[in-house]
Write a protein of this length. Structure first.
Length: 90
């Protein structure tokens, strides 16, 4: 049941405030569609939880760690909420 699923949300505002923003902009949809004009093949992807398919380097995991009442956790994959996640995912 979709309504009963939980979604982990980490507040990365402090980390984001000290990180330099990656200047790589996301591509515009119309630009991407123009590139497909003469294409013979194309595919579609379901990018739900897409960030979770990007592994983090070991040295970066502690930077995105978080604490709960159960203990300290480190993501092994890119979480959403980090300022540069869209540029990394791109």
């Amino acid at each position: 049941d979709e309504q009963k699923k939980s979604r982990l949300c980490i507040d990365y505002r402090k980390l984001n405030s000290i990180c330099k923003t990656d200047a790589e902009p996301l591509p515009r949809i119309d630009t991407l569609l123009d590139k497909l004009t003469n294409a013979k093949f194309f595919s579609t992807l379901d990018l739900a939880s897409g960030y979770w398919h990007i592994p983090l380097h070991d040295k970066d995991r502690e930077k995105l760690a978080f604490v709960t009442s159960e203990g300290l956790y480190e993501f092994q994959v890119l979480p959403f909420g980090f300022r540069n996640a869209p540029a990394i995912f791109n």
